[in-house]
Ligand binder design. Sequence first.
Ligand code: HEM
Length: 158
Amino acid sequence: MTIDDVTLARALHVLAVMHWIGGVGFVTLVILPLAASRSSANDGLTLFEAVEHRFAAQIRLSIPLAGATGLWMTWRLDLWDRFADPAYWWMAAMAGLWLAFMLMIFVLEPALHDRFARQARIDPATAFRRMGCLHALALVIATLTALGAVVGTHGVIF
Ligand code: HEM
């Protein structure tokens, strides 16, 4: 079997995106509701933080891999013009979503983690509501982006 570099990059890109966005879906739709429904708010926060901590360590690999393979394909296929073309909105959406998550996991989360944990222990209901909204928004945007990318990559012009 021979495989060219662009096909390999595409396969790794899709795998990295599956791990990352699939995990965001699992945290949003399973872990957060489970943590919020715990009878003790402290138990809920401990559960959420333990899961988020492990997941954050993993997406510190899958998000850079998704970006590196995406940029590799863009460079090798010379697709830079697409970022300025509204018909390829999903290209800009992919890059924007990636940038937002990179900022979140490498800059904002480490800087604000302790402050957030303190506030969450004072008012867990508000903290869970805010986390739920933020995660749900990220999941909706990521789902629409992935949908646009698959359909657009396979020839649909918007
Ligand atoms: C810096 C960030 C990113 C860049 C530069 C990038 C770039 C690319 C490129 C060049 C392609 C192939 C397009 C083609 O062959 O016509 C692609 C495909 C794809 N990308 Fe991204 N991407 C990035 C992030 C993301 C993100 C955040 C997601 C998920 C929400 C995503 C999901 C996909 C999907 C699902 C495909 C289609 C694969 C297929 O069906 O062949 N990408 N991306």
